[in-house]
Design a protein around this ligand. Structure first.
Ligand SMILES: *Cc1c(COP(=O)(O)O)cnc(C)c1O
Length: 395
């Protein structure tokens, strides 16, 4: 008997003992306020489907029409034979939506980060990265080979301090990178202050707006619009997999950067394009977002209501300023038990623990959506209250 995978078995056992083993549930229905999960109909408090677009009739129709017109697969990387007219249209429309001159789409937001960061900095360079940045930013930074200097979360003062220290040591180029909205806590990066540092130091600034698109700014135009910083942030990375309801990534910003990515970004050059139905569905999402702010407004109404009611019940919802609603519980086993009991009451809300959040900061993360009716939120609140009392989290 071979023993070369025994260490994996031991690690997996360790995860189970610490309450960190991730049990993945299976969904057998479209995304929406309610899901069929492991054979049970449950209220959906987990997904990033902020605007309810993942199963929206307009997007479904656009994707179905694109299947008829283009088929299902791109059949090539974009630089060889995979760039469709739909990709070009989507990029022009995304750039206009974001108020920038150029945009480039990728297969996912994760890929957009892996593509962009190593194309901009390398071995002789430095990246100044918020300590709580998303895993895909961290991996993009590692892949670049640049020196990574983490600055304290959302602290422009500490950012300035570490830049000054690195200047003394010397570097060729540098990039400042931050999440726009931090996905586990729901707080918003102080972009104007970070931009002021970037401008003072004349460094490239990149923001990952994955949880800001479709959520922040006028009609969901994102964090740059939220702060009115058009034309000043060099690179906006984003995802089409959250509020847009489809799957894909986007880089928007200066035309020269987008042109460079088309020449040098490795996931663009060596991985096949986003499929036509996805691109068509994203275009349909833009139609909806440009036509009306109704969905974004409903998302915020729902989020404000839910968060205020949770706080009134006595829950700690952390520092969120967005529809992301963490319910802070502390230890991972408590968060897992909370999630299991919610599920038994017909509410699907996942426990999140280390390494996604720091040890001792385990939580349930409730994701509010425009797809929720007020009655759905009330039902979810009642379940949270009951489980919270059972487990002694609230009184
Ligand atoms: C979700 C997320 C991504 C990844 O997006 P995908 O399109 O799902 O790959 C990247 N960055 C941040 C900040 C995210 O929250």
């Amino acid at each position: 008997m071979s023993t070369k995978t025994d260490w994996i078995t031991a690690e997996l056992d360790g995860l189970r003992q610490q309450g960190l083993y991730n049990s993945i549930r299976t969904i057998a229905s479209p995304q929406g306020a309610w899901l069929q999960v492991d054979g049970q109909r449950v209220l959906n408090f987990c997904s990033n489907n902020y605007l309810g677009l993942a199963n929206h009739p307009h997007l479904r129709a656009a994707a179905a029409a694109a299947v008829e017109q283009y088929g299902v697969g791109p059949a090539a990387v974009r630089s060889i034979a995979g760039t469709l007219d739909l990709h070009g249209q989507l990029e022009r429309r995304l750039a206009a939506f974001k108020g920038v001159e150029a945009a480039l789409t990728f297969q996912s937001g994760f890929n957009a980060n892996l593509a962009t960061i190593p194309a901009l900095v390398g071995r002789e360079d430095v990246i100044f990265s918020d300590r709580l940045n998303h895993a895909s930013i961290i991996d993009g930074c590692r892949l670049s080979g640049a020196k990574i200097v983490a600055y304290d979360h959302n602290s422009s003062a500490h950012l300035q301090q570490v830049i000054t220290a690195e200047r003394a040591a010397g570097f060729r180029r540098a990039l400042i990178v931050t999440d726009g909205v931090f996905s586990m806590d729901g707080d918003i990066a102080p972009l104007p202050e970070i931009l002021a540092v970037a401008q003072r130091e004349d460094l490239l600034l990149m923001v990952d707006d994955a949880h800001g698109e479709g959520v922040l700014g006028r009609g969901g135009r994102g964090i740059v619009d939220h702060f009115g910083l058009h034309g000043q942030v060099d690179i906006e990375v984003g995802t089409l997999s959250k509020a847009f309801g489809v799957v894909g990534g986007v880089v928007a910003g200066r035309p020269v950067i987008v042109e460079w990515l088309r020449q040098r970004a490795r996931p663009f050059l060596f991985s096949s394009a986003m499929p036509a139905p996805d691109a068509a569905a994203c275009l349909a999402a833009l139609d909806l977002l440009e036509a009306s702010t109704e969905l974004v407004d409903r998302l915020w109404d729902n989020a404000r209501y839910f968060k205020a009611e949770m706080q009134r019940l006595g829950f700690d919802t952390g520092v969120s300023a967005t529809p992301i609603t963490p319910v802070m519980l502390g230890e991972a086993p408590l968060a897992q038990e909370f999630s299991r009991r919610l599920f038994a009451r017909g509410v699907f809300a996942m426990a999140i623990g280390f390494p996604t959040v720091p040890r001792g900061k385990a939580r349930i993360r409730v994701m509010i959506s425009a797809a929720h009716a007020r009655a759905d939120l009330d039902q979810g609140l009642a379940a949270c209250a009951a489980v919270g009392r059972e487990l002694g989290v609230i009184h």
